[in-house]
Design a protein around this ligand. Structure first.
Ligand code: MN
Length: 231
């Protein structure tokens, strides 16, 4: 096959302890998947999960030993952090049952669903798509992926984010409204999941703004942490 110009490189994420990288197909995100965060965003009660996407090349990745740089994006005065557990799909499928979801998971990472909150809120108010608030360049920093077999306790892992050493977000994966398996079940009824898909599973409470120079450290117990500086 030949192209009229060189094709873009495939976006990819380092895998902990391996030279081979995880090639990214799509990035799915779950909205309002922790009760306290749903409340801070104005929701009441349990609602069906909803999804949005980011482009695969929004990935910003760095090995756990290094600091990733995220350029402060254009058009916003209110760039928010959302620390999230990311599920990496290794085996595709559609209409996957929650009971079968585990065998579709390659591994896990910690990620940041960076959000131009002012633009997202404007779009919400007008009933327009969120893409400009969520799917912008460099909006998906992600740490190294750890294969699932190495993190058997992920469903009860702590999740946290510090900014310049101060804790901003702190929770536990057990607080997910829709757990990992239920999320895969619901998501795979709407899209056929493919190897290389990433699922950002939602953020606990405490989302807030960052500015240039801030250093974010995102952690999920059992996974490699992610350090990002806003530049
Ligand atoms: Mn999010």
């Amino acid at each position: 096959m030949s192209f009229v110009f060189p094709a873009q490189e495939v976006a990819s994420v380092p895998v902990h302890g391996m030279d081979q990288r995880f090639p990214v197909h799509r990035i799915y995100c779950v909205g309002r998947n922790y009760e306290e965060h749903a409340k801070e965003m104005g929701a009441t009660g349990r609602e069906a999960p909803f999804f949005f996407l980011k482009p695969a090349d929004a990935i910003v990745s760095a090995p756990a030993t290094a600091m990733a740089n995220m350029p402060y994006p254009t058009l916003t005065q209110n760039l928010h952090h959302e620390v999230e557990l990311v599920v990496a799909i290794g085996t595709g499928g559609s209409h996957i049952k929650a009971a079968d979801a585990q065998r579709h998971i390659y591994g896990y990472a910690v990620g940041l669903d960076m959000t131009r909150r002012d633009l997202q809120n404007d779009m919400k108010k007008q009933g327009r798509p969120w893409s400009i608030g969520k799917g912008f360049d460099h909006s998906a920093p992600i740490g190294e992926i750890t294969p699932a077999s190495q993190v058997p306790g992920i469903a009860e892992a702590g999740i946290s984010l510090t900014v310049n050493g101060q804790v901003r977000q702190s929770g536990n994966i057990s607080q997910l409204i829709w757990n990992i398996a239920e999320t895969i079940e619901q998501l795979s009824t709407a899209w056929t999941l493919q190897p290389g898909d990433l699922i950002f599973t939602g953020t606990p409470a405490g989302v807030a703004a960052v500015v240039r120079g801030d250093v974010l450290e995102a952690r999920v117990d059992g996974l490699q942490s992610l350090r990002v500086q806003i530049v």
